[in-house]
Design a protein around this ligand. Structure first.
Ligand code: ARG
Length: 419
């Protein structure tokens, strides 16, 4: 028996792994176990969870509805930052971990627990994300990560352990993929996907309709933003939760939001993942479109340069850090005028922009027009180009007058000559 723990708070999903952790903790640490489930939109997975946790030996169960907080304080800020990991991943799993971990620490403090535990394996990113948040919130709580400690090595061994301990375990059949589902996304890893040359089979997709099975007619949708935050769909003002539900539905049926990628995990492993992020894909596209109207070039370009850094912080689990907070300060300041409406056209996996408008738009038709205008004097461009191109001109003159040669070879026309 390992000593020193009285009461542990466990991140509990109801799956096989976290179910066997309950008896394992009791057996190996002799402690009481409080199961905490962070509800972030994994809806059908929540059914019967409380009974299951209690039947597995938990002394108390918390099923927390974190959906609103998840969207408002984690998803939307990251979307506003335009953060995308390695150019593709919209960070769905990475975003939920700090929130769930924060709630676990709060419950541990409320319950006078002295340890925190999770079911993440020692090969993934999630262990890092949970534990960085634990450290940021309360470094005094001990962390128990059974996957890094026990000698259960396979699913079969886990099932055997469950049976031996009378843990309700319905999933005896071969589980093919490792999935993580919430309001923002569903990830799939493992199984056949471990071969990066193999395409994901159609039956892998549970949220998004494969594009070739999507309707033959395009569908239109309008999204409203205020200060960079989505506030309505089709002109109807909705809560963040309602917005996500609506957009997920419409994007899913049109085959939108599938990403298949090989990504770099924190622990040094390259891994192949398939993501379904339907509504999120619409939001990123639409939000970016309003920014194109209202942000000046310098701010837009600088903001774009920060987005990969923001994404990296989220992916690395560094949510509760001064840098992430400072970046949010910058992003918030840029969003003052990111208010307006975007029209999208959805068609078999594609998102097309059908229109954008904002009361703060810096776009001026009178300047941009190819027709006649009376605001822009084309003669001004000549002086501008003379100054803008002056360094190029000076360098070229040096080459011609100073050294008498240019950097470029004259073309060899002789090869075209016929004899
Ligand atoms: N690779 C993705 C990430 O690191 C997804 C992880 C999904 N987690 C899981 N326990 N299945 O964010």
């Amino acid at each position: 028996m390992k000593a020193g723990v009285r009461k542990a708070v466990l991140a509990y999903s109801g799956g096989l792994d976290t179910s066997i952790i309950i008896p394992w903790l009791r057996e190996n640490y002799g402690c009481e176990v409080i199961a905490v489930t962070g509800g972030v939109g994994q809806d059908d997975e929540l059914d019967g969870l409380e009974e299951k946790a209690l039947a597995s030996g938990a002394s108390k169960v918390y099923i927390e509805d974190l959906r609103d907080e998840f969207i408002r304080n984690y998803i939307f800020p990251t979307m506003r930052a335009g953060a995308i990991y390695e150019g593709r991943y919209l960070l769905g799993s990475a975003l939920s971990r700090p929130l769930i971990a924060k709630r676990m620490v709060e419950i541990a403090e409320m319950e006078g627990a002295d340890a925190l535990s999770h079911g993440c394996t020692g090969k993934g990113n999630d262990q890092v994300r949970f534990e960085l948040t634990f450290k940021a919130m309360n470094p005094k709580l001990r962390v128990i990560a059974p996957w890094r400690e026990w000698d259960i090595r396979s699913r079969e061994q886990a099932i055997a352990y469950a049976q031996k301990h009378n843990i309700p375990c319905t999933v005896t059949e071969e589980k093919i993929y490792s999935n993580d589902t919430n309001l923002w996304h569903r990830s799939s890893e493992g199984g056949i996907l471990e071969d990066p040359w193999k395409a994901p089979p159609d039956n892998l997709f549970e949220i998004v309709t494969p594009p070739e099975k999507a309707p033959d007619n395009p569908e239109a949708v309008q999204i409203d933003f205020e200060k960079g935050i989505p506030v309505g769909v089709e002109g109807e003002r909705l809560s963040p939760l309602e917005i996500m539900i609506r957009l997920n539905r419409i994007a899913s049926r049109n085959g939108i939001g599938i990403v298949d990628m090989v990504e770099n995990r924190l622990v040094g492993i390259k891994s192949r993942g398939v993501y379904e992020t339907p509504g999120g894909t619409l939001l990123y596209a639409a939000h970016r479109e309003i920014e194109s109207l209202v942000l000046d070039a310098d701010t837009l370009h600088f903001k774009e340069s920060l987005a990969p850094k923001y994404a990296e912080l989220v992916y690395y689990g560094k949510w509760f850090t001064p840098l992430r907070e400072a970046l949010d300060g910058f992003v918030t300041s840029t969003q003052k005028h990111v208010t307006g409406t975007v029209k999208l056209k959805l068609y078999k996996g594609n998102v097309m922009i059908a229109g954008r408008q904002s009361p703060y738009s810096l776009y001026r038709e009178d300047y941009a027009t190819f027709g006649e205008d009376d605001v822009y004097d084309q003669k001004d461009a000549e002086g501008f180009i003379n100054c803008f191109g002056l360094p190029l001109k000076v360098r070229a003159m040096l080459k011609l007058n100073g050294t008498g040669s240019t950097d470029y070879d004259h073309p060899d026309y002789s090869i075209f000559k016929r004899d």
